[in-house]
Write a protein that binds this ligand. Structure first.
Ligand code: BGC
Length: 548
């Protein structure tokens, strides 16, 4: 592997700056806070950070509504703060990926202010404008992900504009090459400043059908869903194959900056893995991508086996990045908690998720707080800030539960996140108990388990870049073999809360890899246990059934 391939098998720690550490006492995390705690990230043994948006923004969608791509929002600090963060990260040997949002901007972006002013100005077609239908209603049936029509009326132009998310996030018209040129300039600006790449937001929304055909309905699902977006097949508003041309332009720029990488976000719409491969295969597209698809399913034997099957099927040429938790979804240990609703997640379950996430073929995104085992915060309606959650409460509780502040110091108010009386989102008392300093002092903590596992994984090449072959095991066990250059590592996971017998004789001679932090427990796997072993070359393996 060359140095420019660092991203293959890398672990990328996702930082949501609003909730990392507040250094100026306004209740909102900032860039100086990120810099101050980079030692925590570096000690974990990860390779890179992904920094969620910190650009000038009205914060309607908490930074995913960018009003100036090349300036730091004062709530997060200054450009000097960013440069200091970058320098510190590099001094720790951490690569820095920042967010780029290509599909839309804020309605306050100067491009949109110009575009909406008339039908004839030079930026008039930088966004997606359309005349109303004959009865004044929107041009077609497209829906916004966040609810309601994807069209908002603009009286100044006497036209509708498209927005896939909030009405304050007008969609850019990337069919116009001048728009892609302008976005590439913003990317160049940050590359010249020294960033190591980008996480590209909402790749499936880059382009829409030019003639604005309405979407067909999705097959009926029985009850009407709370989120109407699920009632359409999104053939025309998103998922346009020409988007690959834009990805190729982005890659062309990245290739001028050797050692940089891109990480795309692929939606959970059907065909997610196939699109992920399309977007990352060959050397003219993105380097890697993650999809929210597996996060929508369950966590039983069948789902995990299905996930492995999808991975194997999709694994031709593209490069997956796994993300079990992030700022858009319920935290994994709560979402998949087998005792859901009845008891807090078992600490052994958090370890199992860690072991599985970090053993899959691909790269990995680790979301801040995942290393502490933070469960989803159970917030009251009055605490909500996410417009998506506010609109849908209680049918859908929004994304605030995974965005609450990081607990650093158990004994301090708000876990040491802020000195403000009220942080922008509250910190649940249970999170304070899981604070980084408390886990630091406890050798058996999840934080230490993450460090141990990540450091061990670095020295096991099959886990970084090896192939993955599922093996047939009786439920609730799942397992696979990772192989590279003849070196084979067997990984077995017990998805249940019971001790399960496990016949290791079938695998011939092997050496248990206890440095992973998972002990040799003989002929059984403890509840939510994981087990790693190096296989002797001759060991015969039973492949997993195809599941067809
Ligand atoms: C981001 C979300 C955001 C949406 C619209 C995404 O997929 O991760 O947080 O709300 O794009 O920009």
């Amino acid at each position: 592997m060359s140095a420019s391939d660092w991203w293959k098998g890398a672990v990328i720690y996702q930082i949501y700056p609003r909730s990392f550490l507040d250094t100026n006492g306004d209740g909102i995390g900032d860039l100086r806070g990120v810099t101050a705690r980079l030692d925590h990230v570096a000690r974990l043994g990860v390779d890179a950070i992904w920094l969620c948006p910190f650009f000038v923004s009205p914060q309607r969608d908490f930074g995913y509504d960018v009003a100036d791509h090349q300036r730091v929002d004062p709530i997060f600090g200054s450009m000097a703060d960013f440069d200091a963060l970058l320098a510190r990260a590099h001094a720790f040997g951490l690569k820095v990926l920042i967010d780029q949002v290509w599909s839309h901007t804020s309605e306050r972006h100067p491009w949109f202010l110009a575009s909406r002013a008339s039908r004839t100005n030079p930026k008039s077609d930088w966004y997606v404008w359309a005349d109303p239908a004959a009865d004044g209603s929107p041009p077609n049936n497209w829906l916004s992900v966040f609810g309601g029509a994807a069209w908002t009326w603009e009286p100044r132009r006497r036209q509708y504009y498209l927005h896939h998310f909030l009405s304050q996030q007008p969609a850019l018209n990337l069919h116009n090459p001048a728009v892609a040129d302008a976005m590439l300039e913003t990317a160049r600006f940050w590359l010249d400043r020294g960033v190591d790449g980008f996480r590209l937001d909402a790749v499936d929304f880059l382009l829409h059908d030019k003639v604005l055909r309405s979407n067909p309905p999705a097959p009926a699902q029985g009850e009407i869903p709370a989120k109407l977006f699920a009632m359409q097949l999104h053939l025309h508003d998103m998922l346009q194959p020409e988007a690959l041309g834009i990805l190729a332009r982005i890659r062309g720029l990245m290739d001028l900056y050797p050692g940089t990488a891109t990480l795309g976000e692929i939606s959970s719409q059907p065909g997610a893995y196939e699109r992920l491969v399309l977007c990352t295969q060959g050397s003219h597209r993105l380097h890697m991508a993650y999809t929210l698809r597996p996060l929508r399913g369950g966590f039983d034997g069948a789902s995990v086996t299905g996930l492995l099957r999808d991975l194997v099927a999709a694994d031709d040429d593209g490069w997956i990045c796994w993300s079990f938790s992030n700022h858009d979804v319920e935290r994994a240990i709560s979402r998949w908690n087998p005792q859901r609703g009845e008891a807090p997640p078992d600490p052994a379950f958090a370890r199992l998720l860690m072991a599985l996430l970090l053993s899959l073929r691909g790269s990995v995104c680790l979301y801040q707080g995942e290393e502490l085992g933070l469960p989803e915060a159970d917030l009251a309606e009055a605490d909500l800030r996410d417009p998506f959650g506010i609109a849908y409460w209680p049918e859908f509780r929004g994304r605030d539960g995974s965005r609450t502040p990081m607990p650093w110091v158990a004994a301090e108010c708000h876990g040491g996140f802020t000195t403000a009386e009220t942080p922008w989102l509250p910190m649940p008392p249970a999170h304070r108990m899981l604070a980084a300093d408390a886990q630091e002092a406890e050798p058996g903590s999840l934080l230490h388990a993450y460090r141990r596992f990540l450091h061990w994984r670095r020295g096991v090449p099959p886990l970084l870049r090896g192939s993955l072959r599922p093996i047939a095991l009786p439920e609730p066990l799942v397992g696979f073999v990772r192989e590279l250059d003849g070196q084979r590592v067997l990984a077995v996971f017990n998805l249940s809360g019971q001790t399960i017998a496990f016949d290791r004789q079938a695998f011939g001679r092997l050496t248990v890899l206890e440095a992973s932090g998972f002990a040799d427990t003989g002929a059984c796997l403890p509840p939510f246990g994981a087990w790693f072993a190096a296989l002797e070359p001759a060991a015969a393996l039973v492949p997993a059934p195809s599941g067809d």
